[in-house]
Design a protein around this ligand. Structure first.
Ligand code: MN
Length: 451
């Protein structure tokens, strides 16, 4: 007799589908099979039973130029939970002169007691830390503290690493047994294109896309792949949005380079012409920028063929007011989607035939867990954390700001009806969403040390 049994569901893992019951004891999955008995039983008849989704790229209460992104650790993780995500990975951004461990302690303290789901943190290596003697000496200690992954940038003042600094940082991370997640764009050249466009009087949001051409995203990916290979550092490219970058990843993988790519719902579903170039185009400013319909289609194919491995959100929820700015260079970048990701990939991927159910689970949960060092997550198997989503594939959900728990007040997916939505969510065996209602407590989530 087990503590808790999920009965009659269709259990989907990245490597197979079975009709079986799933038994939970304390915080772990203990058995999957037929005819199991439980003191408490949840009936999942007609539903999929899948591992809690992992979103390895979110920005909650992120400080930027005197503002803070609108979802707090509390509201953002409640929204994530309601959308079937049970682990997120956010960021530590050490300030110039600040130690990585001090910054980590500060960021952890902001989240603990607030988060509805488990979380990890990527350690950012800003320009100062990559270029100041001995600042990288702390990398092994950050790895030991559970920050397996290090965020680097090839763009943005204060963050940008030129090729020399990038190689130095990649080498330090590789030697410490860590891994690198990368914002890949040829930033210093984009800065010139942006300044030129402004000087010519172009202020509209569409110029955000015109001044960040895809070949300058792809050439950054190419250089980073070669540098990571030299350093022996596993590399994961964040938010791949264009065909040109996908080709670079395919070719680097063919050369034997240890590189993965992620994309996000906005790159799969939105376009520069329609969204950045349309009404309220400023809402859709994110970097890299939205591209074309052809890019959308190719990204779906790349996900299906394992040329890309993960769908994250890059959830960065600025309000419409914060995004309304006099020119495109002043608009804070990012779009919200922490809640709808799993359902969007199901609706537009699985329902429309681009992805199998197993691949859906793989790109939304299993692969991110594996690459990011979340050993007990992303799978339904004995010994794994009982992070479980009961997903109703027939539920029709109308997406709008007031049907979501996100705080930005707008969503790129307003007005969409998706078929399939999470009904019930468990975090380490505890019910946190029941019949689409959040029933957990802030602080249910824990910091996960990633190895
Ligand atoms: Mn990001």
């Amino acid at each position: 007799m087990y503590d808790l049994l999920i009965r009659n569901g269709v259990i989907i893992n990245s490597d197979g589908i079975v009709n079986a019951d799933l038994a939970i004891q304390d915080e772990r999955i203990v058995a999957i099979g037929l005819g199991l008995a439980g003191r408490r039983v949840i009936d999942a008849d007609g539903c999929y039973v899948i591992p809690g989704a992992i979103d390895p790229h979110v920005h909650l209460q992120m400080p930027l130029a005197g503002r803070v992104s609108s979802d707090t650790f509390r509201s953002g993780t409640i929204a994530a939970a309601c959308g079937g995500t049970t682990t997120v990975i956010d960021f530590v951004e050490p300030q110039p002169g600040q130690s990585m461990l001090a910054a980590l302690a500060q960021r952890r303290a902001e989240a603990i007691g607030e988060v509805a789901i488990d979380f990890g943190l990527h350690m950012t290596i800003p320009t100062w830390h990559a270029t100041t003697p001995h600042a990288l000496d702390e990398v092994p200690a950050a790895v030991a503290a559970g920050c397996l992954t290090f965020k680097m940038y090839q763009a943005y003042q204060g963050m940008v690493l030129d090729d020399v600094a990038l190689l130095r940082a990649l080498t330090a991370v590789a030697e410490a047994g860590g891994r690198t997640v990368l914002h890949s764009e040829t930033g210093p050249v984009l800065d010139i294109l942006r300044a030129d466009a402004l000087a010519e009087g172009h202020t509209e949001p569409i110029w955000h896309a015109y001044t960040r051409p895809a070949p300058l995203e792809a050439s950054a990916v190419h250089r980073a792949a070669e540098l990571a290979d030299l350093a022996g550092c596993p590399l994961y490219i964040f938010h791949v949005g264009c065909q040109e970058s996908v080709w670079e990843i395919i070719q680097a993988r063919a050369r034997g380079i240890d590189i993965w790519g992620e994309t996000c719902p906005q790159y799969l579903l939105l376009t520069a012409e329609e969204h950045l170039g349309g009404l309220n185009g400023e809402l859709y400013v994110c970097a890299p920028p939205l591209r074309t319909y052809d890019d959308n289609q190719l990204l779906w194919q790349a996900l299906a063929r394992d040329d890309l491995q993960v769908v994250s959100t890059d959830h960065c929820p600025w309000t419409a007011e914060e995004k309304r700015q006099p020119d495109f260079t002043l608009i804070p970048g990012g779009v919200p989607s922490i809640e709808a990701r799993l359902a969007l990939v199901h609706h537009f991927g699985v329902n429309q035939g681009a992805l199998t159910l197993e691949r859906w689970v793989q790109v939304c949960a299993t692969n991110a867990a594996r690459w990011m060092g979340l050993e007990r997550k992303g799978r339904l198997a004995p010994g794994c954390d009982a992070d479980v989503v009961i997903f109703d594939p027939e539920r029709v959900k109308y997406i709008a700001p007031d049907t979501l728990h996100e705080h930005a007040g707008w969503t790129p997916y307003e007005g969409l009806e998706v078929t399939g939505w999470p009904r019930t969510v468990l975090l380490r065996g505890q019910l946190i969403v029941e019949d689409e209602q959040y029933v957990g407590m802030p602080g249910d989530g824990r910091f996960v040390e990633r190895r």
